[in-house]
Each structure stands twice: as C-alpha cells, then as structure tokens.
Design a protein around this ligand. Sequence first.
Ligand SMILES: [Zn+2]
Length: 227
Amino acid sequence: MTALTWLSHGSWLIESGSHRVLLDPFLTDNPAATLKADDLHSIGHILLSHGHFDHVADAASIANRDAATVVASFEVAQWMSQQQGVESTLGMNLGGAVELPFGTVKMIPALHSNSLPDGSYGGDPAGFLLTVEGKRIYFACDTALFSDMRLHAHRVDLAVLPIGDLFTMGIDDSVKATRLIEPSTVLPAHYNTWPPIEQDANVWAERIANETDAQPVVLAVGESHTL
Ligand SMILES: [Zn+2]
C-alpha cells in the first residue's frame, strides 16, 4: 500500500512500507501547510522537481536532519550539495530513471522555468513518474499542458496535476491533460496557497467527472490517498 499525503502546494509525503519520501517540501514559510518540518520524521529521500523557493525551501534542513538523499536535476542537486551543504544528493536529468529503495523514479519533462533562490541556473524543470509497489504515479509538478504527457504517463494509476493557474496549468488545461493521460485517478495540487492561485477544487472535480473517464480525488491539506 502506498499513501500520498498532500502537504499543500506542490508538497507531498509518499509512504510505502517503511519508506518515507518527500516531494518539493515547502512547509516553514508556506501559509497553507498544516504539517511543518518537525511533524515529518525519518525521511529517506527528497525529490525536487525544480529549484524555485516554493519547492526547495525546506529540502536542505530536512535532508541534513534525517540524512536523506536529495534527488533532483543535476544542477539543482549540485547546488544543494555545494551551496546548502546537503551531504547526500543524486543528480539526474530528463528521460533518466533510477531504482531507489522505495521504487523507480523517472525524471520527465515539465514546461516551466527553473532557477535556484540565489539566481543560480537550475537546469530543466521536471516532473516525476514513480513506480512504487507496481503502481505508476505521475507527478506533473509545475507545468503547462503539453501533449507529450500522454507519451510519458499514459494510463498511469494516478496523476497529480497542478490547477492553480497563473504559474502553471489552470483547471481548463488540467482537464485537457487528464483526457490525454487517461489516469485511473487524478488529484489536484499547486492551488490555494496564496490568493493569486486560488481555485475551487470542487468545480475542477465536477469537470473531471463529467468530461473525462478519470476518478477525481480532492484532498484537504494533510489528508492522504492510498493506492
Ligand atoms: Zn511552484
């Protein structure tokens, strides 16, 4: 059984057996996060989709506290190591996959921008395709709609798509992405953190239910979905 807990924004806790993985931890300065870094213990890996502050803010402190490995683009991993003193990093790049103790992580393209908080170059932004306990999970992360989503993530068991608009896809394009990907289940993320990305997730869920074959699941912050 794999449990995904939405920590708000693009931040997720992924639990499988005894493995605990964080994606894009943004907790301390995140007005929407109910669980903070102190509430999350024994993290083994931290996946970073890109280097913007709202995705990496708590990565270094948690990584060093828990001796976790930061998995990111080569450039973001190098920055975490050289500028943030993270002891264990694993750099990768688009199209590459790696076997980790909890499952396989494939780094796939995202249409976004990427720099580190100090302006350093972050390489390409990414999404992640995870295979955990035989289930395929697609985290689109921060991205615009693009048709290759279908190529990379067709018929995954679960897709997590941004709906906040302004910086990423909004509701319209998230519905289109769901039609392309045809996941069994789809979850929204990257919304309601601040007023500029406020969205009514119930409107999104109704549209997914009416216009696609996927099952929409809207989580409250701190709530989990298991698969
Ligand atoms: Zn973001």
